[in-house]
Ligand binder design. Structure first.
Ligand code: SF4
Ligand code: SF4
Length: 177
């Protein structure tokens, strides 16, 4: 079973999903304690990654004439909502009255105004080939460490979502009986 797909054009469906996920964490605090523990580890993964972004990728992106940051990409999917709750952080407020392909509402002249763990996951894993090639070829050893830290984040995220999914769909099965 899959989580519902959230679309930028469907504000009501998005708000319903936010309410459902928040309520589920609130009502199942004990059964979700392992999920929340992984959420705290994930927050540490983001902290460990920040120097790599700060020192090696943001300077390249800062000079970019055609940034890939558009509203549609900054918008979270259902999995991101789960992660926000598990990490104990507030879901950012989105302005839906903007064009989804316009420059992202969180992009400022100093870069993204959201702390890294408040962004959609795609904002962390996606880089254009130019950035990745520059980083890898100019700083091969550091890039290897960055790659390992990114893999650790991805592994933890996958583990968290598998555990959450199990409980979430089990609960939905029970309430539909
Ligand atoms: S990842 Fe590439 S396209 Fe996106 S802002 Fe950075 S340099 Fe520009
Ligand atoms: S990194 Fe920030 S500015 Fe860029 S798309 Fe994501 S939320 Fe928007």
């Amino acid at each position: 079973m899959e989580f519902p797909e959230l679309l930028f054009e469907e504000e009501q469906a998005y708000r319903t999903a936010c309410r459902q996920v928040t309520a589920f964490f609130y009502a199942n605090e004990n059964s979700l304690s392992d999920v929340s523990a992984i959420g705290r580890e994930i927050k540490c993964c983001y902290t460990a990654l920040e120097p790599f972004f700060h020192d090696y990728t943001e300077s390249i992106c800062h000079e970019c004439a055609t940034p890939c940051c558009v509203n549609r990409h900054g918008f979270p999917d259902f999995e991101d909502l789960v992660l926000f709750q598990a990490m104990g952080i507030s879901i950012p407020e989105y302005n839906f009255h903007v064009i989804d392909t316009d420059i992202c509402q969180f992009l400022t002249k100093d870069g993204c105004s959201l702390t890294r763990c408040m962004r959609s996951y795609r904002c962390t894993w996606y880089f254009c080939d130019y950035v990745l090639d520059e980083f890898e070829h100019s700083h091969r050893i550091i890039f290897g460490k960055f790659d390992s830290a990114m893999s650790r984040l991805g592994d933890k995220r996958g583990m968290l979502l598998r555990q959450f999914k199990h409980l979430w769909f089990e609960d939905r099965d029970l309430t539909s009986q």
